[in-house]
Design a protein around this ligand. Sequence first.
Ligand code: ADP
Ligand code: MG
Length: 243
Amino acid sequence: METIIQIQHLQKHFGNLKVLNDVDFDIHKGEVVTIIGSSGSGKSTMLRCVNLLERMDGGHVLYHGKDILSGQMDVNEYRSKVGMVFQSFNLFNNLTVLENCMLGQIRVLKKSKEEAKATALKFLDEVGMKEFANKPSTKLSGGQKQRVAIARALCMDPEVLLFDEPTSALDPEMVGDVLDVMKKLANEGLTMVIVTHEMQFAREVSDRVIFMDKGVIAEQGSPEQLFEHPQQERTQQFLSRYQ
Ligand code: ADP
Ligand code: MG
């Protein structure tokens, strides 16, 4: 299996607080990895270090074998290849749905407006939001905003998409629509790393589940292994809260 990203001995602290303590894992092409764990265990910080939104204090992140901090890599190009979907959507409020999906393609990928528009409409259609293309993004519900944020990330032709609790800010009735879009992407073979508290969803889509606790990977395995036969006591304790 081709390895896209290697995370090696990742360390991060905020002041005296050690948030990531020697985190190691690889992301392979076509794989869906979910990351579960209590609030404060370092899940967001880990994704943010991988996406260079946070400076790592130690360790390495390699993209196709190249250290992303070696200076040999164009940061904007790397970020377009390793896309991120946030809990809070982070759409540009002053733009329409379509413009949100076109902007990065024009600015970063240097595509023509026509090309960017065609790609944007294709992915808005994929997430079921094409008919909203000309609406201001502020007029959408949370679930609709998140589907647009996913389309916007897809427009950059990413090799991996990182999702940080994509449904945590949504009203319960909208969670299903967003999870359905993500399941569809998983079935199409997109490489995804998903931080989530949706255990049923994690069970269904994951090739591998990682349980983080206090800044370390406490346990990982197939959904079967992790959910049915957790080995560590702290994994069992965490999962018992969802039963
Ligand atoms: P999770 O996503 O698993 O809930 P986070 O990665 O957000 O965990 O946070 C891990 C720890 O780091 C928490 O204790 C949090 O308060 C702390 N933390 C996160 N970001 C910052 C920051 N920018 N400054 C200081 N502390 C932070
Ligand atoms: Mg978080």
